[in-house]
Write a protein that binds this ligand. Structure first.
Ligand SMILES: [Zn+2]
Length: 256
């Protein structure tokens, strides 16, 4: 098995007790590469350390998460750009708009998202987009800034088929599918069935959204196999085909 977890936060405190064990176990189970999207500046050092400890397996992205856009967002943004300048970021992320938890900083969220896309274009990096209850707002911004060089992933996709189609029409973007596809009544299986697998990349979003049969437990990258199996089921194709196609899709965006 040789799968890539395109979205995993193994650097957060839920893994403080056994982080290296979790990473080594993922690699041993066939999750050969993992992308760690940033959230805020408090994690930059540990993200860097992990990328250094596992240069062939772990890759870090830096960005300010929409739910972390607060009064201090300008200071945070400066720290993001400092990292992007150093050329050690695999992508800009995760970035986007989240109106589920809190709408207080909606304007700041939009400005922050826009600014980070502009940097992605400047530093020639793909973007990792987080969108929750904000598809219209996100699409409005991407519509304005999209061009033939902008690429990225709409991570943890939970939209409908017309939203999936809109992403596909951007040309440079893939759709990140995680454990939600294994949840009964999520409806995501029906969307996955309708979209071509060449638009899909796999992710766990650890420590959240653990797939069945591990639902409710702490998620970790080794659980990616359950998501790949579910997609092979839905699509009626062999697991090795899911592996091959989604790996190519990841390579197209992130170059790994
Ligand atoms: Zn995330």
């Amino acid at each position: 098995m040789n799968l890539i977890d395109t979205h995993t936060h193994l650097y957060v405190s839920q893994f403080d007790e056994d982080r290296h064990e979790v990473i080594k176990n993922a690699i041993k189970s066939g999750i050969k590469k993992m992308i760690f999207p940033g959230i805020n500046s408090s994690y930059i050092n540990i993200q860097k350390q992990l990328a250094k400890d596992y240069p062939k397996n772990c890759f870090s992205a830096y960005g300010l998460h929409p739910s972390d856009v607060k009064e201090n967002y300008k200071t945070e943004l400066k720290l993001v750009e400092d990292e992007l300048k150093k050329d050690n970021s695999i992508a800009v992320g995760e970035i986007g708009i989240d109106l589920y938890w809190d709408k207080t900083f909606i304007e700041e969220q939009k400005n922050t998202f826009r600014q980070q896309i502009i940097w992605a274009k400047k530093y020639k990096l793909p973007i990792i987009i987080h969108v929750r209850e904000a598809f219209n707002e996100v699409f409005e911004i991407v519509d304005k800034l999209n061009d033939e060089n902008l690429t990225g992933v709409f991570h943890s996709f939970t939209g409908d088929i017309s939203q999936a189609q809109k992403i596909i029409n951007y040309k440079g973007f893939k759709i990140g599918i995680n454990g939600i596809v294994t949840f009964k009544n999520s409806g995501l299986d029906k969307i996955v069935k309708e979209i071509d697998i060449k638009h899909i990349v796999l992710e766990t979003d650890s420590p959240y959204l653990s797939p069945a049969p591990k639902r409710g437990k702490r998620n970790e990258s080794s659980h990616l196999i359950y998501i790949a199996e579910k997609i092979s089921d839905i699509k009626g194709i062999a697991l090795h085909e899911v592996e091959e196609i989604t790996n190519n899709n990841t390579k197209e965006i992130f170059g790994i």
